[in-house]
Design a protein around this ligand. Structure first.
Ligand SMILES: Cc1cc2nc3c(=O)[nH]c(=O)nc-3n(C[C@H](O)[C@H](O)[C@H](O)COP(=O)(O)O)c2cc1C
Ligand code: SF4
Ligand code: FES
Length: 608
């Protein structure tokens, strides 16, 4: 990578000659030419070094990786974090999404306009600019900002809670090359209010041990489950996970053991298998995976290694959202240490099993959390979902059998192995088995990640978090994120289980519980959600590409009292758009893009 970047600085247009000269250098030669999957990491490296991706840099990259220039352009232009036009090296990404809206993001952005100028305009002597951003996954510390500074020593810095003053001075520091190298520290007291409580399982280490220390991890039971898995063998591991009734925590709630079994059944066909940890976490209001990765990174590696052993995979990827600098650093460190201590690589713990993990950073595209879009992103294509079937268990990453699991799903696995599948299935209620993390944010006294066995009602989770904040008078709760549903105060006694939420037409999704007090203009929140989906659609299929745009327009007309025809007719238009998106979209983004908006409109007469 350094060789490539060195060339970048001495002039990208010399690329073709450089290939002739340097064919066998790192990232050069035939090997690189067949490695389109390096496209995203290379684009990241250019963006971080230069601050934007020039035409010449892109052309040179396409030559080196043997990707058609138009294709490389298509990929680079797909991702929000990449800029194809010159941009100052320092960028402040300021979240104006729904949780931050409840904590003053609107006023913050207005103040920034006064202090730094309009969004997108150069400031700090032309060395910086600021821009609005969708949820940065820091909702428990809202309002949030992320500062990125390109250069020889690229830096990233999280500010949460952010103020006009802290953003302005960080921008100035960054422009002067003085942004702190420390990417932030996890403040467990703030982000995990239950930290240290005896009943915790998934969060028991967060804030209690040094997350960078393998010894600390091991002294709290780390890697015992992997040892037991090796003693049991793959079939028994899978049986226990099936018996545990664990289902995925990434939103789709698919039974984890069944997924593993489907991949394992192809073990003898001689095809490589892959395990992917989905750490893209871009659903507005979701931040649990970040806190786990920052506070207990070895647990993620252990869960992945057990999954890989169960399904016969030798290679794994962690696909982590690009806006998570500390989690990325913690996982990279954990991988290095695990390799040194023979917990990754050949002959892990003397078992003869071989497995290694590579980290891939996303680049600001919510859709890449969808598993098949994620495959395309790792492979160096635009993050566009694929049609299913074939399902990932048959044809996933590089068209090979692949297990994709969410971070939270994977950290449940050691619990299952150590306690046994049947015992795990008894935790929780009915078919909602095990432990669950909830991301509680908005107008609540103690925002943060909370862990409970399945079972408590929404009211109990809110009480756990100290009760309603803001005015103290609750208007509504958004369950499951932007792709979830708004529920009313009459529904607070709903158990937060799959069965309980289904009964009120809601979903747990990625565990978002976002509170809005009665001072909030819900119509503005709906508009922000509509804007989010309009901006995040990959545009591949018409119902979603056009539907998300029309949805936002119709909502804007309703909010501005400019409905075409009557309010009822415009509302009906929204219902029809939603129906078309649900019925004809390829993936879950289009299918759920209207869910939260309609859930609010169906519960309250917002526009009459
Ligand atoms: C638009 C969209 C975004 C998604 N984002 C994520 C995500 O950020 N993290 C995640 O684990 N799953 C996400 N999913 C679900 C994944 O496609 C997949 O079901 C999940 O990673 C499987 O892991 P699990 O079975 O452990 O939940 C998303 C799905 C859709 C449709
Ligand atoms: S539904 Fe939307 S996000 Fe999904 S593939 Fe179609 S256009 Fe892309
Ligand atoms: S960080 Fe702002 S809404 Fe999540």
């Amino acid at each position: 990578m350094d060789a490539l970047l060195g060339e970048a600085e001495s002039g990208w247009d010399g690329g073709a000659r450089q290939i002739e000269r340097d064919g066998r250098a790192a990232f050069g030669g035939e090997e690189a030419r067949s490695r389109r999957d390096l496209l995203l990491p290379v684009l990241h490296a250019i963006q971080e070094r230069i601050g934007w991706i020039s035409h010449e840099a892109l052309n040179y990259t396409s030559l080196r990786l043997n990707v058609a220039p138009a294709e490389a352009h298509g990929v680079a232009s797909f991702y929000e974090m990449f800029s194809l036009s010159p941009r100052p090296p320092v960028t402040a990404h300021v979240c104006d999404d729904i949780a931050c809206m409840t904590r003053g993001a609107g006023a913050l952005c207005a103040e920034l306009e006064n202090a730094l100028g309009s969004a997108g305009a150069p400031c700090a002597g032309g060395q910086a600019s600021w821009q609005r951003s969708a949820c940065l996954g820091l909702c428990e510390r809202a309002p949030a900002a992320l500062i990125t500074a390109a250069g020889k020593n690229p830096r990233e810095c999280v500010l949460a809670p952010a103020t006009t003053k802290s953003i302005s001075s960080a921008v100035q520091d960054a422009a002067n090359g003085k942004l702190p190298s420390q990417v932030d520290t996890l403040n467990a007291k703030l982000s995990v209010p239950q930290a240290g409580q005896a009943q915790l399982r998934l969060l028991r280490r967060v804030g209690q041990i040094d997350a960078t220390s393998l010894d600390d991890h091991r002294s709290t039971g780390g890697y015992e489950a992997l040892r037991r898995a090796f003693e049991w063998g793959p079939e028994r591991v899978i049986r226990e996970v099936i018996d545990s009734k664990l289902v995925g925590r990434g939103g789709a709630a698919f039974p984890t053991g069944k997924k593993w079994e489907a991949v394992n059944l192809q073990r003898n066909l001689g095809r490589p298998h892959y395990v992917i940890c989905n750490a893209d976490e871009s659903e507005p209001g979701t931040f649990k995976d970040r806190i786990v990765m920052e506070g207990d990174p070895f647990a993620v590696l252990e869960g992945m290694t057990i999954a890989a052993f169960a399904v016969g995979a030798q290679k794994g990827y962690i696909y982590i959202r690009g806006e998570y600098p500390l989690a990325t650093e913690r996982l990279s460190h954990a991988i290095r240490v695990a390799r040194e201590k023979k917990l990754l690589g050949d002959n892990i713990l003397g078992s003869g099993f071989r497995f290694d993990i590579e980290i891939r950073r996303g680049a600001g595209a919510y859709i890449c959390g969808e598993e098949t879009a994620l495959f395309n992103s790792i492979e160096g294509y635009r993050g566009e979902p694929r049609n299913k079937p074939p399902f990932p268990t048959q044809s996933g990453l590089f068209r090979q059998p692949t297990v994709v699991n969410n971070v939270e799903t994977l950290i449940n696995v050691p619990e299952i192995i150590l306690g046994g599948g049947a015992a795990y299935a008894r935790i929780g209620t009915g078919n909602s088995a095990g432990y669950r993390l909830f991301c509680v944010s908005g107008h609540v006294i103690r925002p943060g990640v909370y862990e409970t066995p399945y079972g408590p009602t929404l009211r109990q989770v809110i009480e756990m978090a100290g009760g309603v904040g803001g005015t103290g008078r609750l208007q509504t709760v958004l369950l499951g994120g932007a792709a979830g549903s708004f529920v009313s105060t009459a529904e607070l006694d709903t158990p937060l289980t799959f069965e309980g939420t289904r009964a009120i037409g809601a979903t747990l999704g990625s565990g978002v519980v976002m509170l809005f007090d009665d001072s909030v203009d819900l119509k503005q929140v709906l508009l922000r959600i509509a804007a989010f989906f309009r901006s995040e659609t990959c545009g591949q299929c018409v119902p979603c590409r056009v539907g998300t745009a029309r949805q936002e327009e119709a909502l804007q007309r309703l909010v501005r009292h400019q409905a075409i025809g009557s309010v009822a007719e415009e509302s009906n238009t929204l219902q029809e758009i939603a129906q078309a998106m649900r019925d004809a979209s390829i993936c879950g983004l289009g299918q759920t893009a209207s869910g939260a908006i309609l859930s609010a409109m169906n519960r309250w007469s917002l526009f009459s």
